[in-house]
Design a protein around this ligand. Structure first.
Ligand code: APR
Length: 236
């Protein structure tokens, strides 16, 4: 059973890095982006997730991210997030690097987390970059400089946070295992990250991504369900 083999590999790992995408949050009730029920099948990302959208159609930009902010208030981590936090506590996971902006890994207790696409839990002025809070953003209060407020997430075309990128690259380069969970691997440059490792590559995803053959193990399934099954074999 492939889950048992993966469980054995994780059990002896002391330097595992986990890369997650939106599929890792779906079982918490957060839509992903490119599945049939995903955000980008409801709205064109170019109209809301770009700097141009923010600067030329702020009402739509503000409405989209306010919807996501309000939705996340009711969201909790699932059992899979808790297992990843436990694997960090017992010394298997060194780092979780995530494309997700929802803060669910941290909410589940993971402390070594790098947010490659920023965080929707933090807000700033688009012009002067002054930090602000959710209440000011949701209530559309302009910055003192007159600039528009936005979540501190990476919009398409913007650079990734350099520190998070460098730390994630370094961790993956020296990892003995890299586990990728819930991502279509469609978005550059994160989709290149897993393959710089010399360690074992494990993919957990609900659907094929077209890159399965680059992984040592492909566990087709849901994130929480699959992590629970692996954890079950680790306890045997
Ligand atoms: N468990 C595991 N995988 C799942 C689950 C689940 N419960 N539900 C969906 N998936 C899979 C989907 O099959 C899909 O392959 O997760 C993947 C999610 O892919 P995307 O929706 O493309 O999300 P992601 O890869 O994180 O997107 C990357 O694109 O729009 C940008 O900034 C956004 O960070 C995001 C980036």
């Amino acid at each position: 059973m492939i889950h048992k083999e993966v469980a054995q590999i994780i059990s002896i790992s002391k330097n595992m890095v986990v890369l997650t995408g939106a599929g890792c949050s779906v079982e918490s009730g957060v839509p992903d982006f490119r599945s049939p029920s995903g955000w980008w099948n409801q709205i064109d990302p170019r109209t809301v997730a770009t700097v141009k959208a923010l600067e030329t159609n702020y009402p739509l930009f503000h409405s989209f991210y306010t919807t996501r902010v309000n939705h996340l208030r009711k969201i909790l981590p699932h059992a899979g997030h808790a297992i990843l936090a436990r694997w960090e506590q017992v010394g298997h996971i060194k780092l979780i690097t995530t494309q997700n902006v929802d803060g669910l890994h941290q909410a589940a207790g993971s402390s070594h987390v790098q947010e490659l696409h920023g965080s929707i839990k933090e807000f700033r002025c688009h012009s002067c970059r002054k930090a602000t809070d959710e209440e000011a953003f949701v209530n559309e209060r302009p910055c003192q400089c007159g600039g528009k407020l936005r979540p501190s997430i990476v919009l398409f075309g913007e650079n990734l946070p350099n520190d998070a990128w460098q730390r994630s690259m370094a961790a993956i380069e020296s990892a003995d295992v890299v586990m990728v969970i819930g991502t279509s691997l469609q978005v550059h440059p994160v989709n290149q990250l897993p393959f710089i490792t010399k360690g074992k590559l494990i993919l957990i995803n609900a659907e094929e991504t077209g890159q399965e053959d680059r992984f040592d193990f492909f566990l087709r399934g849901k994130a929480a369900e699959t992590l629970l099954l692996i954890q079950h074999y680790m306890e045997k």
